[in-house]
Design a protein around this ligand. Structure first.
Ligand code: ME8
Length: 662
């Protein structure tokens, strides 16, 4: 049986829009899942949304929406923000899912039967944003949450309690016996010192909150949001419900969390599980926070990096590479667009992209497109390059596996620089002019091609789309993520005949232009209506008009039948010079020849992000000319928001090119 691996992210509050912080943990989880799978491990990746509690109830009330409608909407926002970042989870748990509710109630019953829950009275101060009771100095009348700087709620009500105090010793014993239970080590020390300071019993029900899971046998109470939310990690595998049967296969989990919520995961969660007699997680790994303008990026501070702005200017792989490379996992990292642009230009455009283009151009020019496989190491430094790549491969695997993504990528990129320098030092353009230097030339290009091949395989979990693109350009068959780098060796057999069409995988970014555009968008954004728990969006008639579908005259089925809608795949994409909005696409509509169409999406989609996409086109539109180029069809896209941002229509299942939509 294959080794298994189970990774989770926190489930996110649906009180505001997703931002880079949420996407970060989820991109990390996606990359590590792809890394494991590529190495033959049976991996499972769970994420989802935390939908109960007073803060969600309030966010919905502020928008004058029924709570369920509000949460459904924000869940969709999360899903549609994550998908274009190449995030492919196995399951999305919503705490409003009935299987989850069933599992949470099962846990409650077990804890209750084992004597870990009792009824009492609670009086204290509660922060709806933290979902946590706060200690407040005697005599304070209007205390604020030290994290959110918002007024705390006074709570005085009947409440059920979990006997957390009884778990102080078992928890300390856990940290002693398994010092890797919490990573990094510095975080473990914080947890140990917190628990050593003494644990009070925890209030785990609320009589005044209606939007939650009812306490079994006492429906006047709802279960404390954190007890509800933490349970997603096992209900999502089928524990305590009949919906799924994955618990025995995948549990225990590696929990990836931000350090902001470490205590809940490293103290309360294992205590609940111990109480119920359930096996503990494998590890809780706390990462640092993305800061913006020197402060933690958060919806309450209002300094979040908007995923729409990011996606507009940067491809998913640029963003993924940057966050993995830039932030030492575990430490805080400062996010700036300037740093992102600099990294993309240095490491991706001038680094990986340039190495791929120059290597493949030489394969095309000097070897008629057939990669040479002469590993006799005739060229000077070839053996050293091979060694550097092999060392980087070993180092990369070790570091990535230990979640040291930045160091893993750093090791890979330093080998990449070695290959690049090796090409330059050997001056293949001179060797190509000298027939007696043929073996040397072969050795240079074979070494560069081989180094590139092995490095692209390793980079694939971090950058799935562009590595696939480079792989195809290299003429290699299969998918890089389908090839186990540990079973691939230098100079091993290759499934390749000729290289494909060469095009730069990463365009060089124009820093000044992008920065100016982002500034403009930021000021436009400030004027628009945010979904923010702190600043409720008034339901003005204008806001409603903006989302309401336009009424149109009806048409007959015959009218509709005149429109020939077909499935197609984008083969090539490039910007149209001097036309900011236009992309020129070459598409396969299942006909003998590909077609050219022009699409006004360039402001929202970088060319490399649409290549390979399945789209829907109006195939029988009369041809028309734009900027001297003929367009033979039109692609379909939803027009979203007041600015009419196009979102490409596609299929969620495999559809052959040319298939008609009716
Ligand atoms: O805490 N930098 O949800 P949440 C890095 N529902 N990561 C960040 C970040 C930042 N600036 N901001 C947010 C909750 N995150 C609970 C969790 S789990 C059973 C319940 C990421 O929407 C990071 O993973 O506030 C952090 O822990 C999480 O989002 C908090 O998301």
């Amino acid at each position: 049986m294959a080794e298994t691996f189970y990774v989770t992210t926190p489930i996110y509050y649906v009180n505001a829009k997703p931002h880079l912080g949420h996407a970060y943990t989820t991109m990390v989880a996606d990359s590590i899942t792809r890394f494991k799978r590529q190495r033959g491990v049976d991996a499972f990746f769970l994420t989802g949304t935390d939908e109960h509690g007073i803060n969600i109830e309030r966010a919905a009330a502020a928008r004058e929406r029924p709570v369920k409608e509000h949460v459904d909407e924000i869940v969709e926002e999360f899903k549609s923000a994550f998908a274009p970042l190449g995030i492919e989870y196995d399951r999305w748990v919503r705490t409003t899912d009935s299987f989850h509710e069933e599992g949470v109630q099962t846990l409650w019953r077990q804890l209750s039967e084992r004597g870990h829950i009792y009824k009492g009275h609670y009086e204290g101060w509660f922060c709806g944003y933290c979902n946590e009771f706060k200690e407040v100095e005697e005599g304070e009348d209007d205390p604020l949450c030290p994290i959110h700087e918002r007024p705390l709620d006074r709570v005085a009500e009947e409440s059920y309690f979990f006997r957390l105090s009884a778990f102080q010793e078992p928890l300390l014993e856990l940290y002693r016996a398994r010092p890797d239970f919490v990573r990094p080590g510095a975080r473990l020390n914080e947890v140990v010192s917190f628990v050593s300071g003494g644990l009070k019993d925890l209030s785990v029900s609320r009589a005044s909150v209606k939007w939650g899971i009812p306490v079994p046998g006492d429906p006047n109470h709802t279960i404390y949001v954190w007890m509800d939310a933490l349970m997603n990690y096992i209900t999502g595998l089928g524990w305590g419900n009949d919906q799924f049967a994955d618990f025995d296969r995948y549990w225990p989990a590696l929990h990836l969390v931000g350090k902001d919520i470490l205590r809940f995961h490293a103290v309360y969660w294992p205590a609940f599980l111990m109480g119920a007699g359930v096996e503990l997680p494998y590890r809780v790994h706390a990462h640092g926070m993305w800061l913006s303008g020197g402060r933690k990026m958060s919806k309450t501070t209002g300094n979040v990096i908007d995923l729409n702005v990011l996606r507009k200017h940067f491809s998913a792989d640029m963003i993924r590479y940057f966050v993995l490379r830039e932030m030492a996992f575990g430490q805080d990292g400062d996010f700036t667009y300037e740093a992102l642009i600099d990294r993309v230009n240095a490491d991706l455009a001038d680094g990986l992209g340039n190495l791929a283009s120059r290597t493949l151009t030489m394969v095309r020019n000097y070897f008629e497109g057939r990669p040479p496989r002469n590993f006799a190491e005739e060229a000077s430094g070839a053996a050293l390059v091979r060694e550097a790549v092999e060392q980087a491969r070993a180092r990369f695997d070790e570091e990535f596996d230990a979640l040291n993504f930045s160091r893993a990528l750093e090791a890979l990129w330093s080998a990449l620089a070695r290959v690049d320098k090796f090409i330059t030092d050997n001056q293949p353009w001179k060797l190509a002019k000298d027939p007696s230097a043929r073996a040397q030339l072969e050795s240079v290009i074979a070494t560069a091609y081989e180094g590139l091949r092995l490095m692209v395989l390793l980079a694939a979990p971090a950058m799935p789309a562009t590595t696939r693109e480079i792989w195809n350009q290299m003429g290699l068959r299969g998918e890089p993520l389908g090839i186990n780098p540990r079973e691939t060796s230098w100079g091993g057999p290759l499934d390749v005949s000729e290289i494909g069409r060469i095009s730069p995988a990463f365009p060089k970014l124009d820093k000044e232009k992008i920065m100016a555009d982002i500034e403009k968008e930021k000021s436009a954004e400030e004027k628009s209506l945010p979904v923010e728990e702190s600043a409720p969006a008034p339901a003005t008639p204008k806001a409603e008009e903006a989302v309401a579908p336009q009424k149109a005259e009806t048409i007959s089925i015959e009218d509709f039948a005149k429109v020939e809608l077909r499935a197609a795949t984008v083969l090539e994409a490039e910007r149209v010079p001097k036309a900011d909005r236009l992309l020129r696409l070459v598409i396969d509509v299942g006909e003998a020849e590909p077609r050219q169409i022009l699409a006004g999406i360039a402001e929202y989609y970088a060319p490399e992000t649409v290549v390979g996409r399945k789209i829907i086109v109006v195939a029988n539109l009369a041809p028309r000319k734009l900027r001297g180029l003929e367009s033979n069809g039109m692609l379909l896209a939803a027009s979203v928001g007041e600015e009419g941002r196009p979102v490409l229509a596609t299929f969620t299942e495999d559809v052959p090119n040319g298939a008609r939509l009716k």
